[in-house]
Ligand binder design. Structure first.
Ligand SMILES: *Cc1c(COP(=O)(O)O)cnc(C)c1O
Length: 347
């Protein structure tokens, strides 16, 4: 179709993680969703909102969740923006900062959606390869492009970059450093202090993993007010619907429930990692709600296929840097016990 912009015509569509039709037949450990339900307070808040009020537009500024996030993270509300999934804010950062033909960098492998977003914008991709020993072949420190996305904790390997490495990046990059903290609630450390210290740092968060709300599409970004104002210009003016605003606010308010779920997942992650090692897998120590595990024969596909036969879904990537292993999301303790049993049979 020759009316299409050439970048759209030529790009491949993003492929989300597989969602089987008969999902309840599977133990689903392939898209890093939370195995625990959202807080009961969230369900109640959504039910309360799901009435006559739906006739009316939602609050365009998403003020209720913004204020709640500001309180929890210790920032002025002018430093926070709510988003329709953190994917929306990643997209809008590119629209704000990278014009057609300008460079956007990120680590390969990491979140492959960055590539899709850069291609839609018509900007240029620059990747920095992380080899299997988790070292950079070519360090991003001297990158002069407009934005650099750092997924931290890293996905799909699960480790955290050192605080020194991240701070050094904030100092040396000329463009915006976006620290994608999708998994940081499962980690020991986060980079919020860098947002205060450096003008060019943006932290993004999602409610899809640690808050069990992947189905609601809620995320946020924390950055200085000049950046938030730019993002506010670019977003859909009603980017968060009424149900999402109610859910975001209620889930942020119920920090006790949130912490209890995160703690269970972290404990299960440590148990599961040690079981995998006993089975002969090499496992990268994880700061996330998933582990990257490599079997002795370095054949990730074989593990994926054998588990699939036993109705356990894990993520296999055919990328040359990833095909030797599988990424396994941390489910409930019972789900991971079944997975260990299945792996004992796989050998
Ligand atoms: C899941 C994920 C996202 C997307 O989050 P949503 O809020 O669901 O859009 C962004 N970045 C990384 C690294 C992720 O794993």
């Amino acid at each position: 179709m020759n009316q299409l912009r050439s970048n759209i015509a030529e790009m491949a569509a993003y492929v989300p993680g597989f969602q089987p039709e008969n999902v309840s037949a599977f133990i689903k450990l392939n898209t890093n969703e939370n195995p625990y339900p959202p807080s009961p307070a969230v369900i109640q808040a959504i039910q309360q909102e799901a009435g006559d009020r739906l006739r009316q537009y939602p609050d365009a500024k998403g003020m209720a969740p913004r204020l709640e996030a500001a309180r929890i993270y210790g920032f002025d509300p002018s430093w926070i923006i709510m988003a329709n999934g953190s994917d929306e804010v990643l997209n809008n950062l590119i629209r704000c900062f990278a014009a057609e033909g300008e460079e956007v960098g990120y680590v390969h492998p990491s979140y492959s959606y960055y590539q899709t977003l850069v291609q839609i914008q018509g900007a240029r991709v620059r990747t920095f390869q992380l080899s299997t020993n988790l070292k950079f072949e070519d360090s991003p420190e001297n990158f002069r492009g407009k934005i650099f996305f750092l997924t931290n904790p890293h996905a799909p390997f699960g480790f955290s970059f050192s605080a020194d490495f991240i701070e050094n990046l904030a100092q040396t990059l000329s463009g915006i450093l976006v620290i994608d903290e999708a998994y940081v609630d499962f980690a020991e450390e986060n980079s919020l202090a860098l947002v205060r210290r450096y003008e060019n740092v943006v932290v993004t968060r999602t409610f899809s993993k640690s808050y069990s709300l992947a189905g609601m599409r809620i995320g946020l970004a924390i950055a200085r007010p000049e950046i938030i104002q730019a993002l506010d210009k670019v977003r859909d003016h009603y980017n968060l619907d009424r149900l999402a605003q109610a859910a975001a606010t209620a889930s942020l308010r119920d920090q006790d429930y949130f912490r209890a779920c995160v703690e269970k997942i972290r404990a299960t992650r440590e148990w599961f990692s040690s079981q995998l090692r006993e089975l002969g897998f090499s496992v990268i120590p994880s700061q996330s709600n998933f582990v990257f595990a490599v079997p002795q024969d370095r054949d990730g596909k074989r593990i994926h296929d054998r588990l699939y036969q036993q109705k356990i879904l894990v993520r296999y990537f055919s990328d040359p840097l990833l095909k030797h292993g599988v990424r396994i999301s941390i489910g409930t303790q019972a789900e991971m016990e079944k997975t260990v049993k299945a792996l004992q049979d796989v050998g």
